[in-house]
Design a protein around this ligand. Structure first.
Ligand SMILES: Cc1ncc(COP(=O)(O)O)c(C=O)c1O
Length: 461
């Protein structure tokens, strides 16, 4: 262990990176599962996406910028669609939503999950058929619920007794009978970060199964007879690789389904298993394909239904990250390179925690590569950091970049499609980056860059 004035812990915090991270044989090589499918290192050494050189993108749109490989997103949506042919696949819009993506998702035959008035407005304004929208959220306002009813949203996922009463009153007033699901907290500890695990008992989402709230919620909705209870819903968390959590969750939720049948004589026709399917952020992640997931989930549901003597319900799933996450990389320009006391090299880029909060928030891992050229220099263990006033403003904790990385270089960080632009902030009054979609060698702006004028326009004091 290295001695350090600030204490022993500071001496060895990762200055060599995690044990699995080894200097690459070729620092220019791309690890295919981390990148959008049409990203390559072109003959000149710079990255290309769908045939377009990232230097051209940087020149045309500036940096930082989120670059979306449109065919990659579409092909992942289609793979879910094809692997789950008799299942409603809801794209979880919270991962990333804009009108162009709504249209892509709709064209590829998916449904859409929204969880706020703003996401609903985006979906409707892009022409998503309302009956293909599911509306989530633990604190939907009366205004949001009213809008959902008026639009004819297909499913509203109930999350509290207050909401049941609210929606019941609104539906009664309007003489409508919306389709609803009950979000059940099944008590599964998903093997993921605490803040993205959502089915353990002590958290804000859903009705607890163990405490009896989920059954009471179902009975209330059935007994009132105003809302059309279509089924139960369970989402156990995000970035999950191990399907055993889904197995426990399906078992528990189907046991509740059987309890409801026995108590009220109603066999609910639908079951939503949520999303959360993991993607590769580093070489350590080994995600399942949609086909593998479909096979395993189907087997789990079939055997649990057989055990409870239930007909297999119509299923839905809600993948977000697994569709958009791998389809995007963020392109940054290097501003400074700082070697700190021989401890670590900090490569500062022109964005940071305002365009990717996941590293600071979830201790998430990412990778990075030099994007505008290939290099013959040795690999150097670096930390890619942003320009914000926080020492936790880290984009990539540990990555080997070529030792000659220098100001003006472009650096690309893959896997930033999900929960990056959608969680972006204006911290330090940094305008949020644009999203540029690339297809067949052509780029198109789908979300423009925010400007200082946009920021000042909000500041009306
Ligand atoms: C209810 C629900 N469904 C689906 C998702 C999507 O998760 P992921 O993007 O990890 O697939 C989330 C994520 O928070 C969620 O809360």
């Amino acid at each position: 262990m290295r001695a350090h004035e600030a204490g022993a812990l500071h001496g060895d915090i990762g200055h060599r990176g995690p044990a699995w991270l080894r200097p690459p044989a070729d620092v220019n090589a791309l690890v295919p599962q981390l990148w959008p499918r049409q990203v390559e290192r072109g003959a000149g050494g710079a990255l290309t996406v769908a045939g377009l050189d990232v230097r051209e993108l940087a020149a045309g749109y500036g940096t930082p910028a989120y670059v979306l490989d449109e065919d990659d997103l579409r092909s992942r949506a289609r793979e879910f669609r094809d692997a789950f042919p008799d299942v409603d696949v809801y794209y979880a819009g919270k991962a990333f939503l804009c009108r162009a993506v709504v249209r892509m998702i709709a064209e590829e035959g998916l449904h859409l999950d929204v969880c706020s008035g703003g996401e609903l407005a985006t979906a409707l304004s892009a022409g998503m058929p309302a009956e293909r929208i599911g509306f989530h959220g633990n604190n939907k306002s009366v205004a949001e619920l009213t809008r959902a009813l008026d639009a004819g949203v297909g499913r509203i996922i109930l999350d509290s007794f207050t909401e049941i009463d609210r929606l019941t009153a609104l539906a009664r007033e309007r003489g409508v009978r919306p389709g609803v699901l009950i979000r059940v907290t099944v008590g599964v500890e998903a093997h993921t970060h605490e803040f993205i695990a959502t089915a353990h008992e002590d958290q804000k989402f859903g009705f607890s199964l163990a405490g009896g709230a989920a059954a009471a919620a179902a009975f209330r909705v059935i007994d009132e007879g105003v809302l059309d209870l279509r089924g139960l819903h369970s989402h156990i968390g995000s970035q999950i690789f191990d399907t055993s959590g889904f197995e426990v969750s399906a078992r528990r939720v189907l046991a509740l389904q059987a309890q409801i049948r026995d108590a009220r004589g109603v066999e609910l026709p639908e079951l939503d298993l949520g999303g959360g399917f993991g993607i590769a952020y580093t070489t350590q992640d080994d995600p399942s394909t949609p086909a593998e997931l479909a096979k395993r989930l189907r087997k789990i549901v079939d055997s649990e239904c057989a055990a409870e003597n239930l007909a297999v319900p119509h299923l839905s799933i809600e993948p977000g990250r697994a569709i958009v996450g791998p389809a995007v990389f963020t392109l940054y320009t290097v501003g400074t390179v700082k070697d700190v006391d021989g401890l670590r090299t900090y490569v500062s880029v022109d964005g940071g925690m305002s365009d990717n909060i996941r590293t600071a928030l979830y201790d998430a891992s990412y990778s990075a590569t030099l994007a505008d050229r290939a290099s013959t220099a040795e690999p150097l263990l670096a930390r890619v950091v942003g320009k914000h006033c926080e020492s936790g403003d880290i984009v990539v904790k540990d990555e080997f970049l070529p030792a000659d990385v220098r100001p003006g270089d472009l650096v690309a960080v893959p896997g930033t499609g999900a929960y990056c632009r959608s969680m972006a902030s204006n911290y330090n009054h940094v305008p949020r980056p644009p999203v540029v979609a690339v297809r067949d060698g052509r780029a198109r702006l789908i979300v423009r860059r925010e400007t200082e004028e946009d920021l000042l326009a909000l500041d009306v004091g």
